[in-house]
Design a protein around this ligand. Structure first.
Ligand code: NAD
Length: 281
């Protein structure tokens, strides 16, 4: 069962960055079911191509483009190729993003007499922090600079960014990722205002804690019981469970769709089972 059947994006060109990754490949596949022409952008061409091939095999319209979202020359070349293949962009999903272990502390709290081997806040690597800020923030800003130029004045044009739960309140250990996602939420509001006279809406989703094949091993032990960190997450999620990638899709399609969200602009929609609403008490 797919909810994509409730939306019609026939002939629209939808550009998805990070589409070689777990979530955005899934978004691309669902969006293709609405009749859109989907451009899957990723630095990892092999992965994006595999997903684009799946879409085409199922009768959808899609193509993969090797793109570095941190390199304007690369993004511009992709923009030109998409314009030739499909036409110019109508809807941009800025999905490329992520964390880096070099920008992650070992400890949740600083303590007296920590073991020498602990990577504390004081040992965070400047290059690691820069990597995370660049990938998430500049990796959203630069594709927007290139693709939004074509979207000005187009009916139904809009941008969907990917923020995170930790944009509201930072998670322990990952200050750079939390700060970069807070910057995405802020930038989403900035763009919404900036483009409001030229017909481009801009919104974001803020996913909570999802189970994916990538993190399943970190969240559950061999017997399927939650690990200590997973237990903390579940205790702070009023609905008492993790989300699934499919549960993000309704919000993405809603925000993308002029028929449902024509006056929705500048929102960051939490999809988190109530995590951000709960004080823990
Ligand atoms: P993922 O790591 O599976 O996918 C990210 C993709 O981005 C990868 O395919 C990678 O090759 C690509 N990428 C990395 N650097 C790039 C660059 N310079 N140029 C182009 N592409 C590049 O991650 P995911 O879990 O699918 O997450 C997608 C988005 O959702 C990210 O922005 C992430 O921060 C956000 N998010 C994820 C979760 C989650 O639980 N998975 C929760 C909240 C937010």
């Amino acid at each position: 069962m797919t909810i994509a059947k409730n939306h019609n994006f026939k002939d629209k060109v939808v550009v998805v960055t990070g589409a070689g990754g777990v979530l955005c490949a899934y978004f691309a596949k669902e969006i293709a079911k609405t009749g859109a022409k989907v451009a899957l952008l990723d630095i990892n061409l092999e992965s994006a191509t595999a997903y684009a091939d799946e879409i085409v095999k199922e009768g959808g319209i899609a193509k993969a483009y090797q793109t570095n979202v941190l390199d304007l020359v690369s993004i511009q070349a992709t923009r030109d190729a998409i314009a030739t293949d499909f036409g110019t962009c109508d809807i941009l999903i800025n999905g490329a993003g992520g964390n880096n272990p070099k920008a992650t502390t070992d400890n949740e709290f600083h303590e007296m007499n920590l073991a020498e081997s602990t990577k504390s806040f004081f040992e965070l690597d400047k290059a690691g922090v820069e990597f995370v800020f660049n990938l998430n923030y500049l990796g959203t800003l630069l594709p927007t600079q290139v693709f939004a130029k074509d979207m000005i004045g187009k009916k139904g044009a809009n941008i969907v960014n990917i923020s995170s739960m930790n944009a509201y309140t930072p998670l322990t250990k990952i200050p750079a990722y939390s700060g970069a996602k807070a910057a995405i939420s802020n930038f989403t509001q900035w763009l919404a205002v900036y483009f409001s006279h030229v017909g481009i809406r801009c919104n974001a989703i803020a996913p909570g804690f999802l189970v994916s094949n990538q993190n399943r091993g970190l969240l559950f032990d061999a017997e399927g019981k939650p690990t200590a960190r997973a237990g903390k997450i579940l205790n702070n999620t009023p609905m008492g469970r993790f989300g699934e990638a499919e549960e993000l899709m309704g919000s993405i399609l809603f925000l993308m769709d002029e028929n449902y969200a024509s006056f929705v602009n500048g929102v960051v929609l939490p999809i988190d089972g109530g995590f951000s609403a709960y004080s823990g008490v």
